[in-house]
Write a protein that binds this ligand. Sequence first.
Ligand code: HEC
Length: 454
Amino acid sequence: MKRAIFAIVCSIAASGALAESAKTEAYRNAAVPAPASWQGPTFKLSHDYPQKKPEPCGVAECPWLGIDLPTKTNFTDAGIPVWKDGGVYDNYINAILDYVKKGQTPDLNNQEGFKVQVNGKTEWFHIPWMAFDKHTGREFVHGLTNERTAVITDFYGEERLGLHSLIGATPGNEQGFETWAVGMYNSYGGYTIGQSWSKKGTPNIETINGVKATKGMPFMQGTVVVKFLFTTATPEEVSYLKGSPEWQADRHVEVDNKFQCKREVQTVRLVQVDVAVVDERSPSRWVYGTFAYIDGKGKTVWDNLKPVGLQWGMDSWTFPAVPKAESIPARQSVLNKSISAFEHYGCNGRLAGPVDNKLSSCLSCHGGAFANTAGYTFSEGTYGPPVFGFEGLCTQYSQDNVEYFQTIQFPQGYTGGNYPDAMNMDTSLQMQIAMQEWALFKQNGVAAAACDIK
Ligand code: HEC
């Protein structure tokens, strides 16, 4: 009898401790904290999310919403969008960049980084749980996380293979450049994040009209997301990175072209800036766009960010979502073909950025942002959509490609109904990661142990 009582008391104490550490893990600033001797910039997670639902964003604050973006599909040749400097697409993406750069330093310098406060008010918010994974999670200088490793052909195209000065840059044995990135949501997006996650670090999952979702979903119009992607490549290796902001990052040590688990503060350079906004006129409810940093005559760093394109749907009438014989040219992406440096774009006329997988596209990858409704992890491809691709991605007409390149919008399930237990995260892959990390924590109490070097 005594033993049984003891066991109960013990389990209560343990669950209290678990709750306490969920909060610590969810809202921690960095996977590995700065050493006591560190004097440089130090990342602080912005998680004082707005509690009150913001009023709809007017065109004074969100001027891109006042631009007549042609997102209605026209199947004639006239429906193939063309990028013009100073044209509608250029104006749309630059209106978003103007919003993003408000209150930031002209050189986006390392010391100040990206400031979450604009005019004395917190305007930018981060997603919780992204410092849980000790290998890829947020580093302490700027909160960057480790992402897809790029290869030299991403920067130059196939023709530069082997010509490149780097040791090891031969076909099949390409030099890898790690990508480290940080994403922020404005206050409209921050409202949804704050509804979706409790102060205890656990997700608030609710059912509305039979649909399970985290509270506050979907993201409301006015939401702006920005993501800064940094590369370990240097201007000697990729010449258009000259003058690019150099940030410090507690990133993986490189030995003989291989990235180790060990981290050390080293330099990374800005290569790509992604933006995403909710725009109710879009068939996916979102417009994704990206900029490449290209050395140029701009007075500020922001002026040297060149728009690469915009995307508002997956072009499900274009190969490989249909057989080649039925394919029409993409028209839910618009690409800036006059960009001065090499740019690889995405699958068959769809948009992808400089360090993204060229066989994918922004929205097809982001359309796979689903989490397990039961709050358990699912391994990618088995119970959850294959976000990062699969055999034959973009190269053959297949069921997987049909599903990967369909436009969906919240709260729809993934095309094909393959993942009935998956909950739509409204294109946010950071929310998906957070859900996955939380589920791992709940199951194991620790992040994935594996430290596999990509
Ligand atoms: C092959 C997959 C893939 C492709 C292609 C891709 N992304 Fe992402 N993106 C991710 C992942 C994974 C994250 C979450 C990790 C992070 O931000 O640290 C992310 C995060 C983001 C975020 C932060 C908000 C969020 O979803 O959590 C934005 C904004 C974004 N991407 C924009 C873009 C744009 C614009 C493009 C195309 C130019 C693009 N992405 C292409 C995988 C992809």
